[in-house]
Design a binder for this molecule. Structure first.
Ligand SMILES: Nc1nc2c(ncn2[C@@H]2O[C@H](COP(=O)(O)OP(=O)(O)OP(=O)(O)O)[C@@H](O)[C@H]2O)c(=O)[nH]1
Ligand SMILES: [Zn+2]
Length: 353
């Protein structure tokens, strides 16, 4: 028989959660977990028939709901006989203002929260709302199984990426362009490196770590500065004759496009970019910058002149083996509509103005 690696199990588990299927987390006991966002009413009742249901959310979401988180990075709430609409309202902040949650919530303490922790972390990496419903089960036939401890370990590990292919791409910014594709072994999103010219591997390269922004890069959104930053970075590399731009598919600072649009809807209710992420249950920035550092190292770049206004990116590169010899400011694309967004990033996330 083939035995599956933990990485393969995690990849399957992510798909299962997105399909609305429970995943079995094994340890001292077996706990089935399913993503609230993807769960249908029938499946919820099937799970309820197995035993008392528990809702697990992040401390960020718990704070908004005024529920206590006793397990550090996860909060567990008894579900009782509550219907799916109650779970959805707890998971999704869209209706927080229109129908404030009443509570009080029966928050659980003691016992083992490892399965709940794995479930919430998995939901995040599946780019779903970080809220899962859990129930102990005697059997888990037909379901993807994940040993809790090994899963937590693997989720924290640096993602391994393999180069897949590269090809020449003449661009407006430079005719000497080349696109490289990198594929993570855990079947999460592929990332791209755009190499301009033939940068010397022995000298610091002009580099930009760009995080995907569908709304800014493609649609010309006025809510952020991503599109102009992308084009200005490529233009600067073209003008200097060499550079490398990583296009990292970490949309919405790692929460995915659907969650970013949820954040935008909250921003229309008056919350800023950081508050919106927190209400959804995410940290302000969920990106894993080890991916960017890993690609640069893989391409032979050990030192960079980094185009950024974000000191956290500089720290992350330095921590993960890429020396930042210079920060090159990248200030373009200010609009009336993104002034508040940029001010919040400066105030709350430490961006340099
Ligand atoms: N969650 C969330 N993501 C956003 C929002 N606005 C833009 N983004 C995302 O933020 C990311 C922008 O990242 P970067 O361009 O690397 O910007 P940065 O981290 O501010 O750093 P520098 O531009 O290098 O100074 C993209 O993934 C966007 O999709 C928002 O309001 N909420
Ligand atoms: Zn953007």
């Amino acid at each position: 028989m083939l035995s599956l690696t933990i990485t393969e199990r995690l990849a399957r588990a992510r798909s299962d959660l997105r399909l609305g299927l429970p995943v079995a987390i094994t340890g001292e006991r077996t706990v089935l977990v399913a993503a609230v966002e993807a769960l249908g009413p029938d499946r919820l009742e099937q799970m309820r028939a197995l035993g008392p249901l528990v809702l697990a959310i992040t401390p960020r979401r718990a704070e908004t709901l005024k529920a206590r988180a006793y397990d550090g990075d996860v909060a567990r709430i008894a579900v009782g006989t509550a219907p799916l609409s109650w779970l959805t309202a707890a998971a999704d902040p869209a209706g927080d203002l229109a129908s404030p949650m009443k509570g009080p919530f029966e928050t659980l303490r003691g016992g083992d929260a490892a399965a709940h922790r794995v479930g919430v972390a998995l939901a995040k990496t599946a780019q779903l709302l970080p809220a899962i419903v859990a129930v102990e089960a005697a059997s888990c036939e037909g379901l993807t199984t994940l040993p809790a401890a090994a899963a937590l370990d693997a989720l924290a590990r640096e993602p391994l990426l393999a180069p897949v292919v590269s090809a020449r791409l003449p661009m407006a910014a430079s005719e000497a362009g080349r696109v490289h594709i990198f594929r993570p072994e855990d079947d999460t999103a592929e990332h791209y490196a755009i190499e301009i010219g033939r940068p010397d591997r022995d000298a610091p390269v002009l580099a930009r770590l760009h995080s995907a922004c569908f709304t800014g890069d493609v649609l010309g959104s006025l809510k952020c500065d991503c599109g102009p930053q992308l084009r200005a970075a490529l233009a600067e590399m073209g003008a200097q004759g060499a550079g490398v731009l990583l296009y990292l598919n970490q949309e919405g600072r790692g929460i995915g496009l659907a969650n970013k649009m949820r954040a935008y809807a909250l921003q229309d209710q008056g919350f800023d970019t950081v508050e919106a992420n927190h209400r959804l249950g995410f940290e302000d920035d969920e990106r894993d910058f080890r991916i960017g550092a890993g690609i640069l190292r893989e391409m032979g770049f050990g030192a960079v002149r980094l185009l950024t206004n974000n000191p956290a990116k500089i720290r992350m590169m330095e921590t993960h083996g890429v020396k930042v010899v210079e920060r090159v400011p990248l200030k373009v694309g200010q609009t009336a509509q993104n002034a508040g967004y940029l001010a919040t990033k400066a105030l709350k996330s430490g961006h340099l103005l």
